[in-house]
Design a protein around this ligand. Sequence first.
Ligand SMILES: [Fe+2]
Ligand SMILES: [Fe+2]
Length: 232
Amino acid sequence: MQHLSNTINTNGYIANEDDLQNITNRIKATTDISHIHEFLGTRTSEKWLTIAKNNLPLLMLDHANCEKKAAGTAMNLIFRYEFHRELQERLAQLVREEMLHYEQVLTLMTQRGIEWSHLPAGRYAKGLLKHKRTWEPAAMVDVLIIGAFIEARSCERFSALADVIDDEKLARYYKYLLKSESRHYEDYLHLAQSLCDESIDERVAFFRTVEADLIDSPDDEIRFHSGIPSWV
Ligand SMILES: [Fe+2]
Ligand SMILES: [Fe+2]
């Protein structure tokens, strides 16, 4: 079966470019995320980066949870908004990619001897979702805008972490993620705008302020999307 050798590895049917061994050993991914830096209202603080790089096992566990939740949230949207064909297609791809990331992070954790343990979610997603309007289609617009911010922040943090951690393989993996996570951000934003005739800019600006405050205010926990560590 020589002709299939590029698409099959020991983990099953995974394209060569998504093969974890390739990614962590060889791939030098370069994805321009300047548009994400412009989109977000603030950049990750040095304090967060210092604490995060010294707590990578916990961060990896939280990252795994985030991938799983990203897939679960998108799956819920697929069921809830079944009339929106483009949403079905874009989010079906997103679910596949998030679950692949979930598997990859679990493998990276196993390779580093990190055991699974229950880790409660931080305040970030709740802090955004509490502002979601309750009537349709406003609720749908808000949840898609929130999705865009979560994806954009993930991207910004993967990129910032990749520059400071000592684990080179993990840094390569974080850089590999920028391509799909920045597309997820664009997809969510595009889908939010697709629901409205008028511009969503004002609502995006509102969530930009809320999101930046969650990132820039003191936080008692360290998580992938937590604020400034309050104990340093
Ligand atoms: Fe992901
Ligand atoms: Fe994503």
